[in-house]
Design a protein around this ligand. Structure first.
Ligand SMILES: C[S@@+](CC[C@H](N)C(=O)[O-])C[C@H]1O[C@@H](n2cnc3c(N)ncnc32)[C@H](O)[C@@H]1O
Length: 504
């Protein structure tokens, strides 16, 4: 049977078309495939389950055969999210838009990889750096089992709130949302500050105008009181707004005092709007994918420490891994989200910096820790592959006195990053089944040391490490991305690589 596959009218990056064709190959194994007038034509021998598979495709708007037209479910889910910018595909559909998270995946890439890996409802997927839970959500939408790990308790909180949202009817979420907003207006937002302030309250009062602090605390109590098992959805939706209304410069990833004016819109109005928008996205996605049984979850875990974690994870268990690990000099995930972390009571204020310092790729380097790693690097205590050890040393020798404190730390930071990622690769391997693929999306870095620019090809370095501890490297695909970090655009990643590994 002959089928014609039509592209969407949004703008594609070349890699998306590449992935789209890989999906067709993996799912349908066509006898013939060719492009004619920008339409993909395929010839299939058996047609038994073709329709179901064609509906799973990520990047096509429509499929036509001689006697019918098929619309992939992704098209309907994206249409209703209605937030596409730059004529690009919508990415905030279903629960994806519940909270900003720096370094968030493009959900379509995850879906496409699930198709390419032929992962199905009996498969188990892992994301060892699950962040805001994009992989988990895409898996849930397709009834695939998945586990996510992240060292950041706030990331875990967001990821699990998404799972609550897709497993509860949109109408129920809407009802609770209405109640929270109604109660706020009826009660005149009365919040009484306790006489003895906790460390948490003292901290937050430093970072919010007093009336805003009262307001978010009132809402927090109201959510805890009114929202029952749905409460984390509403806490996350509010958390997504609080930076915007804080004394911290909202557009800055680091802690800086606010210079820009406060938003004109009242916080409560912005909150109501975001609840309504979220409910609409959930409703639309539930109309297409149905209500999901909650089974996938994120766990607060350090993916370097997976050794002997039987009981948390099972050996030879995973059919695939999909992740975007932190970069060699990662974004300050914790610093950026410290107000939410403290407001939600996930960590006390004095643990912000230690947690930031403990993230893979962290740039936070206390002197003692820096010394410790300088020592380790001297004799390659972590036993990273010789070529990479040499590379770190090349960077070290390139340093000159004119390089500032941060640059002085770059070679050792890179060494620590590679050592940490090696632990993750090594310790994760036993949990994968034989031949199971592991996909990682990784950015490139560059730095200037002693006046000379160094392009750090992180994907290539990671492949070397993974292979050294027993993974097979299947292929690497270049992904073109756009600038996306606002005022930090100088650090924006313009080029990422999709690495595909496989357990032997
Ligand atoms: C690029 S982000 C992942 C974003 C995610 N793909 C999403 O869509 O939201 C990298 C994540 O790695 C996490 N991370 C850093 N070090 C970690 C470690 N040792 N164990 C587990 N997670 C870690 C960070 O907290 C961050 O959430």
């Amino acid at each position: 049977m002959h089928y014609r596959l039509f592209w969407n009218n949004y703008k594609y990056f070349p890699y998306e078309k590449e992935l789209a064709l890989k999906e067709v190959e993996a799912l349908l194994n066509p006898q013939e495939i060719y492009s004619e007038n920008d339409v993909i034509n395929i010839e299939l021998s058996g047609t038994a389950s073709a329709n179901e598979k064609l509906k799973k495709l990520t990047y096509f708007s429509m499929v036509e055969s001689e006697n019918e037209t098929i619309i992939p479910s992704q098209v309907r889910v994206e249409q209703t999210a209605g937030n596409s910018t730059n004529n690009r595909q919508a990415t905030r559909y279903s629960a994806h838009g519940i909270h900003e998270y720096k370094g968030k995946f493009n959900p379509q890439v995850v879906k496409s990889l699930l198709n390419i890996f032929n992962v199905n409802e009996n498969s188990n997927v892992i994301d060892p750096f699950s962040g805001s839970g994009t992989t988990l959500l895409e898996c849930s939408l397709q009834n695939i089992n998945a586990i996510g790990l992240d060292i950041n308790p706030f990331a875990v909180f967001i990821a699990n709130a998404k799972q609550i949202a897709i497993s509860n009817p949109a109408e129920k979420i809407a009802e609770v949302g209405n109640k929270i907003i109604r109660d706020y207006h009826q009660s005149n937002n009365i919040f009484e500050l306790p006489l003895n302030l906790t460390e948490r309250e003292e901290y937050l009062l430093k970072w919010f105008p007093e009336e805003t602090f009262f307001e978010i605390e009132f809402l927090r109590e109201s959510i805890n009181h009114n929202a029952g098992p749905l409460k984390n959805i509403f806490l996350v939706l509010l958390s997504n707004l609080i930076r915007e209304y804080s004394l911290q410069e909202p557009a800055d990833l680091r802690i800086r005092r606010r210079k820009s004016p406060f938003p004109e819109e009242l916080l409560i109005d912005a909150y109501e709007l975001s609840i309504n928008k979220f409910v609409n996205n959930i409703r639309a996605s539930q109309e297409t994918t149905g209500l999901k049984v909650k089974k996938n979850k994120a766990i607060n875990f350090d993916s370097r420490n997976l050794e002997a974690q039987e009981g948390v994870l099972d050996l030879n268990y995973f059919d695939a891994g999909i992740t975007s690990p932190p970069y060699a000099t990662a974004l300050p995930y914790i610093d950026t989200q410290r107000l939410s972390l403290v407001w939600l009571g996930l960590i006390p204020p004095n643990e912000i910096m230690p947690l930031e310092g403990n993230l893979i790729g962290s740039r936070e380097f206390k002197n003692a820790v820096k010394k410790e790693w300088q020592e380790k690097m001297l004799s390659n205590v972590s036993q990273i592959p010789e070529s990479l050890f040499m590379y770190c040393n090349t960077l070290q020798y390139a340093l000159s006195e004119s390089d500032g404190f941060r640059r002085q730390a770059v070679p050792v930071l890179l060494y620590r990053y590679l050592a940490d990622m090696m632990l993750m690769f090594k310790n994760l391997l036993p949990y994968f089944k034989k031949n199971a693929p592991y996909a990682l999306i990784v950015g490139h870095n560059h730095t200037t040391l002693g006046g000379k620019r160094f392009d750090i090809n992180t994907p290539k370095l990671l492949v070397e490490i993974a292979v050294a501890v027993g993974w097979i490297h299947d292929e690497s695909v270049e992904l073109q991305t756009y600038k996306r970090y606002g005022i930090h655009h100088k650090n924006a990643v313009n080029n990422e690589t999709l690495i595909i590994l496989r357990k032997p």
